[in-house]
Design a protein around this ligand. Structure first.
Ligand SMILES: Cc1cc2nc3c(=O)[nH]c(=O)nc-3n(C[C@H](O)[C@H](O)[C@H](O)COP(=O)(O)O)c2cc1C
Length: 226
């Protein structure tokens, strides 16, 4: 599939067929995910793959699946045949940046932003895009019950789960009410040379260029997490 098609086809899917995903497909997705960029090549992300139905149900409970169902969504979290819990380690970055090639005269760098979250986001994006490339659908949800999730999966203290990616073959789903916000206009999102630089010819026509991915299915209003 062309890269542009992969990107355009990606959307958060909140319902799945029960069909299992072959292990080699899951492994190809994770092999793509581990090729993401990372500060100092720290590679401070670990992926916990969960397919066991009881464990998936427990994750869904922790993630508030009942609230989604009350709001009219399918039980999409437990139904997804694969969960990938993406974990990141701040400590791994501190360790890496205390190595000789990264140490400055004043010791460890002042972190301009927390690179461990940046890299986890890059890894998340790769999982989502690789899933589409494999003909699968994917979703992502934050799990607020972090201690419970860590206990359930035996995630060591230094690792922080950033959320759960659901993977599987897509079933018809209810879409997020958040999509009713529409995509931010091009001219607000893309700035040229400086924040307040002049618009280029045609910028005003770019506004609607990418607004065709979510045609007319803005349901699920009032579900804050979606
Ligand atoms: C950091 C992050 C957290 C999100 N958390 C949730 C969530 O908890 N539940 C959910 O249903 N969707 C969640 N989403 C999905 C967004 O609602 C979705 O990406 C957005 O509405 C745009 O839709 P699209 O991804 O289908 O284009 C999250 C997305 C991101 C990037």
């Amino acid at each position: 599939m062309e890269f542009a098609d992969v990107v355009r086809r990606r959307r958060m899917v909140r319902n799945y067929l029960p069909d299992p995903v072959p292990t080699e497909v899951i492994d190809r997705i994770l092999d793509t995910a581990r090729r993401g960029p990372s500060a100092g090549f720290t590679q401070g992300q670990t992926f916990v793959v969960v397919t066991d139905p009881t464990r998936r149900r427990a994750i869904a409970q922790l993630a508030g699946e009942d609230d989604y169902v009350s709001a009219g969504f399918d039980p999409w979290i437990s139904r997804a045949p694969v969960h990938v819990v993406i974990c990141t380690s701040e400590e791994a970055y501190h360790r890496r940046y205390r190595e000789p090639d990264k140490l400055g005269p004043d010791g460890e760098i002042e972190w301009p932003v927390p690179y461990w979250w940046v890299d986890a986001g890059a890894a998340l994006m790769l999982v989502l895009l690789a899933a589409v490339d494999e003909g699968l659908a994917a979703g992502f949800l934050g799990v607020h019950a972090v201690p419970g999730l860590k206990r359930l999966l035996g995630i060591p203290e230094e690792w922080a789960p950033i959320g759960v990616v659901t993977l599987g073959y897509p079933a018809p789903d209810r879409r997020s009410g958040s999509l009713a916000r529409g995509r931010r206009p091009w001219a607000e999102t893309v700035r040229r040379e400086t924040w307040s630089g002049p618009q280029a010819e045609g910028d005003e026509h770019q506004t609607d260029r990418t607004d065709d991915e979510h045609p007319g299915q803005h349901q699920g209003e009032g579900t804050p997490e979606a």
